[in-house]
Design a protein around this ligand. Structure first.
Ligand SMILES: [Mg+2]
Length: 250
């Protein structure tokens, strides 16, 4: 769907909240670079297409281990280890033993932040919002402290309003976390836009919570797990540049 086909919320948006992972910060690329570095010794001899599958399985998390973290069943580190073991077993045919797993995790934690970077369109969008006097912030399905470090490492210290799952004790799409974002931004939920790459959790979740949900469907990314190809008649953009006309700014 092109921007011109989108129902425009211009004139009714006082603030914009963003998802972080694969919306502001290119986590998929950071994970890919990190895995190729950190997993090289644990999964030697992989061909390029096998690396692609290895990183896809880890990033896309088809078994839903991240959801098990969000529900409290796994710790953050445990869900990460479940994901790498799945990729390791599927592509390389082996599981990491305990010692290797701990060494892998330590190297992953050290390496991933080095690769945190924003998408190219983020600075342009935030500049335009600032110029227009429209406040912005982030609401994310991870804990605040971890996401604060991620934003700062990605050069996005300017995103000051940040709400994580620990702020309200529940993840998206629970309406309470969207409402807390609007509250911290100082805007009414119905006059707040929410932009994210996950159709269900972000766009539909925000709409259900009374915000103006926008699905960011970056063409080159597979991004956060969630249905990508089904029909959606809500507001959809292919990049953050397409937000600006929706807000009457471009
Ligand atoms: Mg995301």
């Amino acid at each position: 769907m092109s921007t011109s086909e989108n129902p425009s919320p211009a004139g009714r948006v006082d603030g914009v909240l963003f998802d972080i992972d694969d919306t502001l910060v290119d986590l998929e690329t950071a994970m890919d670079k990190t895995l190729r570095h950190v997993s090289a010794e644990h999964a030697p001899g992989l061909a390029e297409h096998e690396w692609a599958e290895y990183t896809r399985l880890y990033s896309k998390d088809p078994l839903g281990h991240y959801d098990r973290f969000l529900s409290g069943e796994l710790s953050f580190v445990e869900q990460r280890l479940e994901r790498i073991q799945h990729a390791q077993e599927w592509v390389h045919g082996t599981l990491l033993d305990y010692e290797s797993m701990m060494a892998w995790n330590k190297a992953y934690e050290r390496t991933l932040p080095v690769h945190f970077a924003p998408f190219d369109d983020v600075a342009r969008a935030l500049d335009a919002l600032e110029d227009a006097g429209i406040g912005y912030g982030a609401v994310s399905n991870n804990v605040e402290e971890y996401q604060r470090i991620k934003l700062d490492k990605a050069g996005l210290r300017r995103v000051e309003v940040l709400v994580g799952t620990d702020a309200v004790g529940c993840p998206k799409p629970d309406p309470r976390i969207f409402h807390e974002g609007a509250r911290q931004l100082g805007t009414a939920p119905e006059r707040t836009m929410y932009v994210g790459d996950n159709l269900v959790v972000d766009a539909e979740g925000a709409e259900a919570a009374g915000l103006a949900g926008v699905w960011l469907k970056r063409p080159e990314a597979y991004g956060t797990p969630g249905p990508k190809d089904r029909e959606y008649d809500g507001v959809t953009v292919g990049s953050l540049d397409e937000l600006l006309p929706l807000l009457g700014l471009g």
